[in-house]
Design a protein around this ligand. Structure first.
Ligand code: BTN
Length: 328
């Protein structure tokens, strides 16, 4: 999409976000485009699975309206809290926020940034799975940061991110959110949020982290139809005043503190919370790998973030990667 079209789509969304009918004529006037151009923009929004009614004589309406992300509120809250993210991009639609950060880094390697999108056309999950990203339903964002640690010291960073995220969200939900190793956030065994960390750099003293987070907020059953595991939404667990923009700034502010804690102490202090936050601690589990499965009891994590699995043949230390854990 050209950037001109981008701006027009944004303006159109902002007009229709109130959930009222707006005539084609008024919209055309506000956007300074023809009625035919409006029709094309509406088509684009429909391609993103946004429900739009068009009624002769009344115009266009998004039933129920949209609660869009508020980029000013996010920036204000971040700067008030002394955030050091150099740039915050709030996008309407993108292939993947992770790709966006990677692209930006081609121009300014390692610049600290956050990219948030209302919609992803090619959201990516762990193990090559797609991450379903319907418009304005959830939170999708990627954080790009550089860390003065070599790759070998970053084994526990995705756990640290999971612990931080669970703590932030648990402030709204009275501790109902748990983590399934390595870093799925669950409520009653249903997935609430996922984390995908892509790290590059050298093994000694400098790394680039592209940390992608998806939090289910208010996804409709039909929108999540293609998800191959039970999932749930945060919105039904919190008070009605909470907005996605506030969650996002709270999460980012806490994550910045987590990053500096991790830089100083690794998982030494953060990891102490694992046994309380883990959904499966001391429970019988099966670990699934490409070619085998191991039964055992989850026995916490080691200082590098690897999973300790108590099995009939002694303790096994499992490093993350292409593995998954199931409750037995
Ligand atoms: C998982 O499979 O649990 C990880 C999901 C990570 C999804 C997020 S959404 C924002 C960022 N952009 C992507 O394409 N993926 C991550």
């Amino acid at each position: 999409m050209s950037s001109k079209t981008d701006l027009r789509v944004d303006s159109l969304l902002r007009i229709l976000a109130d959930g009222k009918f707006h005539s084609g004529e008024t919209i055309a006037e506000k956007l300074q485009v023809s009625r035919a151009a409006i029709w094309k923009l509406i088509k684009k929004l429909k391609e993103w699975q946004i429900t739009i009614y068009s009624v002769r004589g009344r115009g266009y309406q998004i039933p129920g309206g949209l609660a869009l992300l508020d980029s000013d509120a996010i920036s204000t809250s971040l700067s008030k809290n002394g955030s050091e993210f150099n740039k915050v991009f709030v996008l309407t639609s993108i292939d993947s926020t992770a790709n966006f950060v990677a692209e930006q880094w081609k121009k300014a390697p390692g610049e600290s940034m956050v990219c948030i999108a209302e919609h992803q056309t090619q959201g990516r999950g762990r193990k090559g799975r797609p991450w379903v990203s319907p418009f304005a339903a959830n939170l999708y964002f990627s954080i790009g940061i550089q860390m003065p640690l070599g790759l070998s010291a970053l084994g526990g960073i995705s756990l640290a991110v999971g612990i931080s995220l669970a703590n932030t969200l648990n402030r709204y939900t009275r501790q109902s959110i748990k983590i399934k190793w390595p870093n799925d956030l669950l409520v009653d065994n249903q997935k609430l949020a996922g984390i995908l960390v892509e790290a590059s750099g050298d093994s000694n003293d400098n790394s680039f982290l592209n940390i992608g987070i998806g939090i289910n907020w208010d996804m409709q059953t039909a929108q999540g139809e293609l998800i191959d595991q039970p999932w749930t939404n945060l919105k039904k667990l919190v008070t009605s005043e909470l907005k996605r923009s506030q969650i996002l700034s709270d999460v980012l502010i806490d994550l910045e503190k987590t990053f500096s804690e991790y830089q100083q102490n690794g998982l030494q202090i953060l990891g102490k919370q694992w046994n309380v936050l883990s959904a499966l601690y001391r429970q019988p589990v099966t670990l699934l790998r490409a070619n085998d499965r191991i039964n055992g009891i989850e026995a916490g994590i080691d200082p590098s973030g690897a999973l300790r699995l108590a099995t009939d043949n002694g303790e096994k230390i499992i490093h993350s990667g292409e593995v998954s854990l199931r409750k037995r």
